[in-house]
Ligand binder design. Structure first.
Ligand code: SME
Length: 160
């Protein structure tokens, strides 16, 4: 297992993802424990990309429950259809929120979070978990994030 990530901090976002995602794939290859893998993925994204908060919520008993994350403490349970995470679960598709204050029902775990992207991973055609990435900058996520992070969700699905 690699013990260090190699990312050029000054590189454009797409270049960083292009370098980071194969390193994440290598990091999880050969490890069968889901929590260990999600924990390393959260850390790799947080420190590789420099986002404010990166974490997973897992579908358990008809609720989203906080899983491995990096960043400030966060709410532990989210109902289906609530907030950005619960809406992503209900709709089964990626949501990009340029300004969290303008998203109806947004759940503010930290007032420093300004924009976010939330993506689902599927098992047997059902959402099994979601990845939530928050930025302390407005409008920080775009189609570049969507494309690379959706590739990452397909890698995560192989772990489920
Ligand atoms: N903002 C999310 C809640 C999770 S935290 O941001 C970590 C939401 O509205 O679902």
């Amino acid at each position: 297992m690699a013990e260090e990530l190699f990312i050029t901090e000054s590189a454009p976002k797409a270049e960083k993802y292009k370098s980071l995602i194969p390193q994440i794939e290598a990091l999880v290859t050969g490890e069968s424990d889901l929590v260990a893998n999600l924990a390393n993925i959260a850390s790799a994204l947080k420190f590789g990309m420099g986002y404010f908060w990166v974490g997973f919520y897992l579908v358990k008993n008809d609720e989203l429950i906080l899983g491995p994350f990096q960043g400030p403490i966060a709410c532990t349970r989210i109902a289906k259809g609530r907030g950005v995470c619960g809406t992503t679960w209900a709709e089964g598709k990626t949501l990009i929120v340029p300004n969290v204050d303008e998203f109806p029902g947004h759940i503010a775990c930290s007032s420093d979070s300004k924009s976010e992207i939330v993506l689902p991973a599927f098992k047997n055609s059902e959402v099994a978990l979601i990845l939530d990435v928050d930025s302390d900058q407005l409008n920080d996520f775009d189609e570049v994030d969507r494309a690379y992070l959706e590739d990452l969700m397909r890698i995560i699905e192989k772990l489920l």
